[in-house]
Ligand binder design. Structure first.
Ligand SMILES: [Zn+2]
Length: 105
């Protein structure tokens, strides 16, 4: 029993959040809460997902729906997540964009 380990930490440059570990239905609420909490008006949230080892559809849905509140820039998206985004068409979701840089802590 128990959720897979998921760590939410802050990045310094650009200022934002880094998710580390696995995201699925058991801890997607934690992700949604962290995204909701980390808001600065309409400024984009930089979200580093390069250390996400697994993310199911519920996890991506949380990110996509949060991107409707204010823009989210996804950093270092792993191939598995990119596949989900392309399959679901969420790659084109409003507010979502992608960046190739690696945020610093
Ligand atoms: Zn960047």
């Amino acid at each position: 029993m128990g959720s897979p380990p998921l760590l939410v930490t802050r990045t310094a440059a650009p200022a934002g959040l880094r998710l580390t570990g696995e995201i699925d239905e058991s801890n997607v609420d934690q992700v949604a809460a962290a995204l909701a909490e980390h808001r600065d008006g309409r400024r984009p949230l930089h979200l580093d997902v390069s250390e996400v080892t697994f993310c199911d559809v519920s996890g991506m849905r949380a990110v996509v729906s949060s991107a409707r509140e204010r823009p989210i820039v996804l950093h270092g998206i792993p191939a598995q997540l990119e596949k989900i985004l392309n399959l679901t068409g969420w790659a084109e979701a409003p507010g979502l964009s992608f960046c190739g840089c690696k945020p610093e802590i």
